[in-house]
Design a binder for this molecule. Structure first.
Ligand code: ARG
Ligand code: ZN
Length: 465
């Protein structure tokens, strides 16, 4: 019993003595916790994520059989209670939950929509670290986003691919699936003979099992938002290299696209070198890329340390874009989905900078081209009207235009200080748009309200670029 409980027990005794009907006892002598919130009130996905706890680590143990499409999973979640908890939720879409424990004791399980509720036998004290396990199985779902794109669990020509932006990760493991709760991961995956699994981070072991399966273990020590977790299962040709003198680079490509993607995959260390010079230290212990056939997924995604691409999007600008996200989006993650322009604006601007340095196209030219694009003006980048708009042109193009206006207004010295200073200040953390404007004003030493009003929040296209 902690001291806070002793005080409250005293209050309870006083209430009983005073003849007040008290109903806060929980049988174990402590006060009764309350259920954690079923969502974190994200502006676009109010039920995404859950309140009352903060995850520190996910240990996922998974087995997948492409022949049946069945996934067998066990998630072990280490978290800290941020309130006295009688129950808490995890987000999980589809799949069958076979059982759950909290701190080794069976927990009661209930489900409603994508909310999985665990009720531990004993309440959890605020501040206590606890361990929840969920065993589950089934055929994971593909989720169609409001913009029509597909995420979650995608069946590929020879296996499967998990992609989770913005809400797909709940299709393959239970968790606190909001970007504000980042955690370390260890993912252990068993696949049939002849197939490989590739996930985020460093592969710490790969073994053949007695019955001919292959089990690999993937370790991500740095905090990761769950939408950036990936798992690629299939036949892959892999390459290894070293970037920045120390970072292991692992690329994997479906054998059908391996030759076509080889030269660019070999270019990952060079791009990371250029980005490190501009953006500051690379934030992760591993790097790489995963390249799939075009029919296997519809877009590239900046999955942490190892972005994924369909072959058709595996070109230099997109590789530069997804690798730039490692700093902007993956290390500095959005506090809510409303802050998505901080991801896409920076990643798009990194393409402009790359073209300036390597393709004789000044960023000013890219800016003017984006300015002339009518699609970019549908809404202000910091205010996408609906979840359908989170990955629409204004988020990318006007997002990058905001950065270019900062560069025009403050000059290159201050701008490049911001480019590296922003990911340094919020390294492995989360940030809001207001954190960004405050930070830029602190570097500028002055108010930039007019710039924000027009370029970040303004509905109208300015008369001149
Ligand atoms: N973040 C990805 C990129 O680098 C795009 C993700 C698109 N997702 C979606 N649901 N539309 O541009
Ligand atoms: Zn992007």
């Amino acid at each position: 019993m902690n001291s806070r409980r002793r005080i409250l027990t005293g209050v309870l005794a006083f209430a009983l003595l005073a003849g007040v009907a008290a109903c806060t006892g929980d049988g174990s002598g402590g006060v009764r916790g309350t259920p954690g919130a079923a969502g974190l009130r994200d502006p676009y996905f109010p039920r995404l994520g859950n309140g009352g706890y903060d995850v520190g680590h996910y240990a996922l143990t998974l087995a997948y059989d492409p022949a049946t499409g069945r996934l067998d999973g066990r998630a072990e979640i280490t978290a800290t209670a941020t309130q006295d908890l009688s129950a808490f939720n995890l987000d999980l879409a589809g799949l069958t939950v076979r059982g759950a424990t909290v701190d080794g004791a069976p927990a009661a399980v209930s489900r409603a929509g994508n909310e999985l509720t665990l009720r531990p036998r004993e309440d959890l004290d605020k501040g206590a670290e606890f361990r929840a396990t969920v065993t589950y199985d089934g055929v994971p779902q593909t989720i169609t986003d409001s913009d029509g794109s597909e995420e979650g669990w995608l069946k590929t020509s020879d296996g499967a691919l998990a992609v989770g932006e913005p809400t797909g990760s709940m299709a393959w493991f239970p968790g606190n699936h909001h970007p504000s709760d980042k955690a370390a991961y260890d993912v252990t995956v068993t696949v049939p003979a002849g197939l490989k699994a590739v996930s985020n981070g460093v592969m710490t072991s790969e073994k053949k099992t007695a019955d001919g399966h292959t089990t690999s273990v993937w370790h991500s020590a740095e905090p990761m938002a769950s939408y950036l977790a990936t798992l690629a299962i299939g036949r892959y040709d892999t390459t290894t290299a070293t970037a920045l003198g120390k970072v292991p680079v692992l690329t994997a490509a479906d054998p059908q696209v391996a030759a076509k993607s080889a030269a660019l995959r070999a270019g990952v260390p060079e791009i990371l070198q250029w980005q490190t010079e501009n953006f500051g230290p690379y934030p992760f212990a591993a790097a790489g890329a995963i390249v799939e056939r075009d029919g296997d997924l519809g877009y590239a995604l900046e999955t942490q340390s190892r972005p994924v691409f369909p072959l058709g999007s595996f070109d230099t600008p997109t590789l530069v874009h997804e690798l730039a996200h490692q700093w902007y989006g993956d290390s500095v993650s959005p506090a809510t989905w409303k802050d998505i322009w901080l991801n896409e604006g920076f990643a798009t601007y990194s393409e402009w900078l790359y073209a300036e340095d390597f393709a004789h196209t000044p960023a000013q030219k890219s800016f003017e081209r984006a300015f002339a694009d009518e699609d970019a003006w549908a809404f202000p980048p910091a205010e996408p009207p609906t979840s359908e708009d989170l990955f629409a042109a204004p988020v990318y193009q006007r997002g990058a235009m905001v950065l270019h206006k900062i560069r025009q207004t403050l000059g290159d010295d201050a701008f490049f200080e911001i480019l590296a200073g922003w990911p340094a200040k919020y390294r492995h953390a989360n940030a809001t748009t207001e954190d960004f404007t405050r930070y830029v004003e602190s570097v500028a030493g002055r108010d930039l309200g007019d710039l924000w009003d027009v370029w970040l929040y303004g509905d109208e296209k300015p008369a001149k670029p």
